[in-house]
Design a protein around this ligand. Structure first.
Ligand code: PLP
Length: 361
């Protein structure tokens, strides 16, 4: 018998499925599968990254002070309470590594982001999935799911892949009701798509058991750079910094993120374009009987009559060079998650779904 074995939990991890980016035999595909910004990164970010690239022989900043200051300035937050990571995925991993181990429970919802489970298992903790109510996080169910072993409770607000969100009052009620010793993590990956939304920053300021994570991968269009951040109580940020590698974020990512966060106008443009085509697409699909909940994000969760119909539609879309995301792995087998593209992509997608519903194969 092989005595070289991984830690308990590791072999229970199912590999993360990322959105596909090609279809065999089809060139010129339109990728609407990974919630990427169809307008691309901010040109100022690209320029800043090019400049930074010329200094690639230097190690990056270890304390990320300049980016933390920029984030603090723009969002009105104390830079001392910010930590930067290689994507918000890394912050999620740090949280699990630091706060959950063997015998501890990590809660998340039925249709919650798959990295919560993966990071919980990687830390040796027990992942616990809690029911949602009609594709919306259910605070009562989350509170009922807590035990004295609960160490972390993750919710994405708005959530991926449902696109729904819960109110500030509901989030506060959740934070209030958690057992002592449990930390609430508010994943704000899509927060910028909700105008005027602070993603829970005020709640972080008011309490000692709430942390917020954010990313540059979605509205800022920097998914390829791998950069995100967390904001939390001083004691939590101190703990996370102890496990953070000194050079966990590259100098190009830092430069691109800083240029992006300071250009508030670009975010406004991306948000309003997204809202316009999101509304248009949801309506166009509803006209042919493909319904969706009102989305607060840059995608819609299109619901079909059955898993079979969703899969058949996906195959038809692939033949048209349109790549969307199956979400059976998120307990939503009858749905497809469709990222809001630019006008051309949205029109193309809507037409293809109409043709499919009218019998095209
Ligand atoms: C995309 C996404 C993230 C962001 O991941 P990064 O590591 O920052 O690219 C985090 N949470 C949710 C719910 C997401 O959909």
């Amino acid at each position: 018998m092989n005595k070289i074995t991984p830690q308990p939990g590791i072999l229970d991890i199912t590999l993360y499925q990322s959105g596909a980016s090609h279809v065999a035999g089809v060139s010129n595909v339109v990728k609407m599968s990974s919630n990427e910004n169809p307008l691309g990164p901010n040109p100022r970010a690209v320029e800043a990254m090019q400049t930074a690239a010329a200094q690639m022989h230097r190690y990056p900043s270890s304390d990320h002070a300049s980016l933390r200051q920029a984030i603090g300035d723009v969002h009105g937050l104390n830079p001392e309470l910010i930590i930067c990571g290689a994507g918000s995925d890394e912050i999620i991993a740090f949280l699990c590594q630091c706060y959950a181990g063997a015998g501890d429970e990590v809660l998340y919802t039925e249709h919650g982001f798959s990295m919560y489970r993966i990071s919980a298992l990687a830390a040796g903790a027990t992942p616990v999935e809690v029911k949602e109510r009609e594709r919306v996080a259910d605070v009562d169910a989350l509170l009922a799911g807590c035990t004295e072993r609960t160490k972390l409770v993750f919710i994405a607000n708005p959530n991926n892949p449902t696109g729904t969100m819960i109110s500030e009052a509901e989030v506060a009620r959740l934070a209030d009701g958690l057992p002592e010793g449990a930390l609430l993590v508010l994943d704000g990956a899509y927060a910028e798509y909700v105008e005027g939304f602070d993603a829970g920053a005020a709640l972080v300021n008011a309490r000692d058991n709430v942390v917020m994570t954010r990313t540059f991968s979605k509205i800022y269009g920097l998914g390829g750079a791998r950069i995100g951040w967390g904001y939390g109580p001083a004691a939590v940020i101190d703990v996370l910094n102890r496990v953070r590698g000194p050079f966990n974020v590259s100098s190009t990512a830092l430069a691109g993120a800083e240029a992006s966060v300071r250009d508030v106008d670009y975010v406004v443009t991306c948000r309003s374009e997204n809202a316009k085509w999101r509304g248009w697409l949801a309506e166009a699909l509803a006209e042919v009987g493909v319904v969706s909940d009102i989305s607060c994000t840059n995608f819609i969760l299109a619901r079909f009559a059955s898993q079979g119909e969703a899969e058949a539609c996906d195959l038809y879309l692939q033949k048209q060079g349109l790549i969307v995301r199956r979400v059976a792995g998120y307990n939503l087998p009858e749905a497809l998650r469709i990222t809001i593209g630019d006008e051309t992509s949205c029109r193309h997608l809507a037409q293809a779904v109409k043709d499919f519903k009218n019998g095209a194969v």
